[in-house]
Write a protein that binds this ligand. Sequence first.
Ligand code: FE2
Ligand code: FE2
Length: 226
Amino acid sequence: MVHERFEPPSGRWENPEGIGGLDLLYLRVRFDVSFFMLMLRRSVDSEWAPRVTRSLHDLLVDHAHLERKAATTAIQLEKYRELFPKVHTLNRIAMEELQHFELVLGLLEQRSWAFGQPQRSEWITGMMRGVRQGRRESAIDHLVVCALIEGRSCEKFQILAAYLAKNEPELSLFYQSLVESEGNHYATYLIMARDIDLEETDSRLDWFLDRDSELMGHRHDLCILH
Ligand SMILES: [Fe+2]
Ligand SMILES: [Fe+2]
């Protein structure tokens, strides 16, 4: 069953009527996901794709770590009391991220490229620094940051799919194949935060969207996703 869950940026993410079971929040969404739908305020610069694909090996290693961290983050979110009822949804996200991790490792192995060290992302670090202290505040902020990381991944996977289509068709298809899943994670995390507090989530989302926009202006020369 396909649910149309994306709304225009002025809209709000809310639970569909009649859905009380939180696991049912994990909905299949039909994509293409546009920049507009993701509510982002600054687009990825046009030089980004050529820059990060200079070393596909480095990019895939970074991507593998990103999926690994996404899996562990989903499990870490289960520590928040507010998210105890969502434990199965979070487990499901963690399992999907682990599957993505395996897929990226498979691509590395196909090319006889070694798995390697993670690289630090100034963007992710900068976003995480904005998470407030206090359990409830931290839960909301952590979910909003997770949503925006998923949203940026969703956006960047689409850019990579288009950029790599001619010379790396297999990788291009692979990136396109992840878009729906990451878009669902984006939506699910935002819905979870709004379930805790709608007004506060929207206010924090506004704050983090500005922070994302500012951090996106800091260029780096690493072959990493974020
Ligand atoms: Fe993923
Ligand atoms: Fe994800």
